[in-house]
Ligand binder design. Structure first.
Ligand SMILES: Cc1ncc(COP(=O)(O)O)c(C=O)c1O
Length: 402
């Protein structure tokens, strides 16, 4: 979770460049900006880091999802499959696009279960959003194969897994589009911010136009005279956020190295406790080491283990009770509470299927999440902190699992 832990001189210097020009807008002001284009440079470096051809920066990971859906032409009445263990933003973006989120189960990777994804496909399914949760890759190759067989577009929600890989290729670059978040809690942070990546020029152009009120960014004319192909919205990143992004990105490889070392230390202890099962990593998958996730034999033991850690003042997340990452706890979705007086936007639309959301609609996901404990990995975990976590894990584990 390092982004905010490592804010330093690099960020200050980058921001100073922008303050010196006084130009916070990413477009125009050619004479005033002295060649400083922080957002553009951040996009280019971010694309290069991930091995993607194009990247477009936006205001958040949620808007990145919305922009990707728009670029792919997903709209009212379309069905989009995503997993029921994700941050609620994945569902929000689909609903904001007027589309219908269809929840799939997860498996022991804590990410989309490819078999269940295939079961949920209907003639209305337009896209699938596998989420690389808690730093680690989904079974993206299998998901892609199924999606291609059914002509379904793949958007990878990579908000939580920047830097993770499958077969040496970064997650977020396998599907048609990948989306990232740089909010306060992410591997790199710009305060608020997000990115879409793609290798498809047409999708890139559509994304960059949609995120800027439809501007077609015609270099031959001034901004006021630019044309538009469709209605858009404003999801533009500011130069200040782009500047911070550049500083943070330059530290990312080192951040991942430190996280890997800290995670490995805790992992070794957990693996030595009988009855603990580690999260499954897909074949040739590489974690980004933001968390360590482990399963207990049953919910009762997971709750007791969690209580033991909390009583010792240690941070562990029991996602079964988490209000924001687990569909059965989203009473506002289940009760269809929107900010407008009517029902969810797709209800009653011609050809749209009426979908009922309920607490018990994801039995497999629930049976995994109720046994799951997650410890966040920090950059500033020194050897004393790690030793204390490991000692408590051993003591509590041996007591509960004997
Ligand atoms: C899986 C996932 N998707 C999307 C988002 C949304 O990102 P943001 O907070 O930048 O809007 C988050 C943020 O936590 C996330 O975890």
């Amino acid at each position: 979770m390092p982004g905010y832990e490592w804010i330093g001189t690099e960020e200050k210097e980058q921001i100073k460049d922008v303050l010196d020009t006084g130009i916070f807008f990413r477009y125009e002001f050619k004479n005033e900006r002295n060649g400083i284009y922080k957002v553009k440079e951040f996009e280019e470096r971010f694309a290069a880091y991930n091995g993607a051809v194009y990247a477009h920066a936006v205001t958040s990971g949620t808007s990145a999802l919305k922009v990707a859906l728009a670029a792919l032409g997903v709209g009212p009445g379309d069905e989009v499959i995503t997993q029921g263990f994700t941050f609620v933003a994945t569902f929000e973006a689909i609903i904001e696009a007027g589309a219908i989120p269809i929840p799939s189960e997860i498996d022991e990777t804590l990410n989309m279960d490819p078999q269940d994804f295939e079961k949920k496909i209907t003639s209305r399914t337009k896209a699938v959003i596998p989420v690389h949760m808690l730093g680690s890759p989904a079974r993206i190759k299998e998901i892609l194969t199924i999606a291609q067989r059914h002509n379904i577009k793949v958007i990878e929600d990579t908000a939580q897994a920047l830097g993770a890989e499958v077969e040496g290729r970064k997650v977020g670059t396998w599907g048609e589009m990948g989306t990232f978040s740089f909010d306060f809690y992410k591997t790199i942070t710009t305060g608020e911010g997000g990115m879409v990546v793609t290798n498809n020029r047409d999708l890139y152009l559509r994304a960059s136009e949609y995120a800027d009120h439809g501007h077609d960014h015609n270099p031959a004319v001034g901004r006021a005279l630019e044309g538009r192909n469709f209605l858009g919205f404003n999801y533009r990143m500011t130069e200040l956020n782009g500047a911070i992004g550049l500083a943070q990105l330059s530290k990312l490889p080192e951040m991942i190295k430190v996280q890997e070392k800290n995670q490995a230390s805790i992992r070794k202890t957990l693996e030595s406790i009988q009855g603990v099962t580690m999260r499954r990593l897909p074949d040739e998958g590489k974690d980004s080491f933001t968390h360590i996730c482990f399963l207990l034999p049953d919910a009762e033991k997971a709750i007791a283990f969690h209580k033991g850690l909390t009583e010792k003042g240690l941070t562990a997340i029991y996602f079964k009770n988490n209000l924001w990452h687990f569909l059965p706890n989203w009473e506002h979705l289940i009760e269809r509470k929107t900010a407008w007086p009517g029902p969810l936007p797709f209800a009653g639309m011609p050809n749209a299927r009426e979908v009922v959301y309920s607490k018990d609609m994801l039995p497999k996901t629930t049976s995994i999440v109720e046994r799951l404990l997650v410890i966040p990995i920090f950059l500033k975990m020194d050897t004393d902190t790690l030793a204390r976590i490991e000692m408590e894990l051993k003591t509590i584990g041996n007591k509960i699992l004997q």
